[in-house]
Design a binder for this molecule. Structure first.
Ligand SMILES: [Zn+2]
Ligand SMILES: [Zn+2]
Length: 390
């Protein structure tokens, strides 16, 4: 009887999760997919939330559902995402209509106003619900405590007009207008923040076009991508600082981040948002105050004072010894999940890997000053930092 009782206790947890079936042998459940935890310090009293502000789902031309995007982002270590499906280009719409042909007596409906990038939509307008991806993502996000920023991408002719992410939108169905400037104004009328996307994509330079000059002058732009996918635009750091825009590093992912980042051993592109908490209100406030740092392929991008504060919070130096000639031995420890490339003077740079230390010697009366070569504070400009020794 005692034995049976023990057996029952052992079985209960299994029964609680799935019907116990002695005829099944489970071959591949001992390993479970794990979230990558990206450890970063608090900076100036703010938490660094990890965000991707540019993601596509299959409701425009992405390959995955919004639900999958949430789980993917969670596994990648993110806290916040914006699903930014194209308003004017919905590559998969015809597939959805073909899938639903049983509802129309086997007749396949032809998608209308599916591509309205250069030619305007007819009076009928866009017929799909552009808020669906946000709704679906929000539902899934609850389980993972992931914050969803309601969003969409204004997608126009790329060389002269460009693309713009609308963040904190209230109704994505009310943004489209044949005139792209009016579409930006419609987004602004909802109280949304507007991010200028991939400013160098399909262009010969990142200089502003006539349309962009007008949009900036009208005060319609709040942030800009310094990185989009595999493109990094160092000159845009200078523009962001000059024009007081938040900087973002985004994936603009259409297939999966596994293919583009994880299976290569990389973290996905992300933007660290320095905020008081993870509420929509605080995240918005942080973006309005330009408290962001971009991360892509080992590069860390942002405003100089912010990057210095980030480095000082994450990298600690400790005095190990001072010899008879006054030479100091110093141990520099990286307490973060990111790598820093440190260079002294004109020498080569050394990688300081996550949660590792480097041993330095410093002559009497000298400071330990390094150039952090993978931190970008302007166009090919890297910060010089004197590390305080404890
Ligand atoms: Zn785009
Ligand atoms: Zn996009």
């Amino acid at each position: 009887m005692k034995k049976l009782f023990a057996l029952l206790i052992a079985i209960i947890p299994l029964v609680a999760t799935a019907q116990y079936n002695p005829d099944i042998v489970y071959t591949n459940i001992s390993k479970t997919a794990q979230r990558t935890e990206i450890i970063l310090p608090e900076v100036n009293g703010y938490t660094l939330y990890k965000a991707d502000l540019h993601i596509h789902s299959f409701y425009s031309d992405g390959h995955c559902s919004p639900r999958y995007r949430v789980r993917e982002a969670w596994l990648d270590g993110l806290d916040i995402i914006a699903i930014t499906d194209h308003i004017e280009y919905r590559g998969n719409e015809q597939y959805f209509l073909e899938h639903l042909k049983g509802y129309t007596d086997g007749k396949v409906i032809k998608a209308r106003n599916r591509v309205v990038i250069e030619k305007p939509a007819t009076e009928e307008g866009i017929l799909v619900d552009l808020n669906l991806s946000v709704r679906e993502a929000k539902k899934e996000a609850k389980k993972y405590d992931m914050l969803i920023i309601p969003a969409a991408e204004i997608t126009r002719e790329p060389v002269k007009i460009g693309h713009y992410n609308v963040l904190f939108s209230t109704d994505n169905n009310k943004i489209y207008d044949p005139d792209p400037m009016q579409a930006l104004r419609n987004a602004r009328a909802q109280g949304a923040l507007i991010m200028h996307n991939h400013p160098g994509w399909k262009r010969k330079s990142v200089e502003k076009t006539e349309f962009e000059v007008k949009a900036y002058n009208e005060g319609l732009i709040d942030g800009i991508e310094v990185v989009n996918g595999s493109q990094f635009y160092p000159k845009i750091i200078d523009r962001a600082i000059e024009e007081k825009l938040f900087m973002a590093s985004t994936t603009d992912i259409h297939p999966t981040t596994a293919e583009f980042y994880r299976l290569k051993g990389d973290l996905r592109n992300m933007t660290f948002i320095l905020a008081k908490d993870k509420s929509l209100k605080s995240i918005r406030e942080a973006l309005e105050q330009n408290r962001t740092i971009g991360y892509s392929g080992g590069q860390i991008i942002g405003e100089e004072e912010l990057l210095k504060a980030f480095f000082m919070a994450g990298v600690k130096a400790r005095l190990l010894d001072t010899d008879k000639k006054g030479k100091h031995s110093i141990l520099v420890t990286n307490t973060t999940s990111l790598t820093f490339r440190l260079r002294r003077g004109k020498g080569v740079s050394h990688e300081l890997s996550p949660f590792q230390s480097i041993y330095y010697t410093v002559d009497k009366g000298k400071n330990l000053t390094v150039t952090v070569d993978n931190m970008w504070i302007g166009d090919h400009k890297h910060p010089n930092i004197t590390i305080p020794v404890e």
